[in-house]
Design a protein around this ligand. Sequence first.
Ligand code: FES
Ligand SMILES: [Fe+2]
Length: 406
Amino acid sequence: MSHEQKQAQAELAARRGAVAAAMRRRMIAHLSAGGTTDLADDVLGIAASVYTDPVRAELERRELFGQLPLLAGYAHDIPAPGDCLVFEDAGPPIVLVRGADGIAHGFLDMCRHRGARLVQALPDGRCHRRQHLTCPFHGWSYDLQGRLVGVPGSAGFDGMDAGTRQLVSVPVAEWHGLLFVRACAGPPTLDVAAFLGSFADELRMLGLERAAPVRHSRLAAACNWKLALDTYAEGYHFATLHASTIGRSHYSNIAVFDAFGPHWRIGFPEKALGALVGVPEAHWPPAQFGAVHFLFPNTVLVVGRSGPGALFVRTFRLYPGGTPDTMSCRIDVHALREAGDDTVDHAAFGQDDADSEVTREDYGMAEQIQRNLQHAPPGLRLLLGRNEPALQAGHRHVAAALGVPL
Ligand code: FES
Ligand SMILES: [Fe+2]
């Protein structure tokens, strides 16, 4: 690692430290006040039908998952030319491939002969490194930039202009260790910085270029994707729903919340912080960075430490299923390695999130609510408290992006 790279990493670490200290100061102020929390201006009512209406669900699939930049993976998923990643959770199967030019390209995973898929992915979406994308049906082959370069029995296609048969591009961009796509055909560029706005600095600070894959899992649930997403956005339920897990380690109904356009960050205080109440700040130990980040519209990035030294990011990407009452979640754990450390201690990352008690509690609750709401009287409204500001923000921004009322 060069001197400049080391210096850049040290600057990011210093910025994380400053943000962690500021968040902790606010948490301790809440604790000192007897257990207050960051509040929205008002309570917010939302229609129960946002979780059950098939027309709303179709609109979300089209306008959110089909139009917005979505996190498709990490740069480390395709480190070298010829590495591919298949992303098909948002609708059309898309293949991201690192070209010979080192740039990540995105194409519909669709042969230009008769439409077959080109790539067979491993369970985590990654594929074996290759020189060409070769169709398993009749063997047409494309280079890593998507150009048609081989047609077996080419006499059968006499007069065809290969230039008109290149793979269909989708917008893709690599941004500070993250791969974004827009899940529809379109010109290849994507302005991620504009999409992230003021959240860009907060994400860049995490140093996600260093994210090394540790684990991957998936889960499916019989609930709307937003009901599952809501469970990540508030700590009001810790003491009740998670009495034996997070409710033991964290304060319930205390959070510090910051919005950055439609994206947000939230911090939930650990009970250990209670020991600092009444202690002058000059005597506090260095603050450790830990927070839940939300990347609109569907991605939760939990950054924290799992055991000594093991800084991680756990990525939860939630997707609607074919009906309003089905969804899936893709979970990825990445280690955020410190400067100069190329090893990852997999044992330090604990239990698979897809299988944890907290996940069972949250997703079980979301499924139960979904069954209830299917039978809700027409026009029934649910209430989001002032103490649930991240939920309010999420639902407001979804409705605004769709151009529909809450
Ligand atoms: S469909 Fe791909 S070569 Fe025929
Ligand atoms: Fe929860």
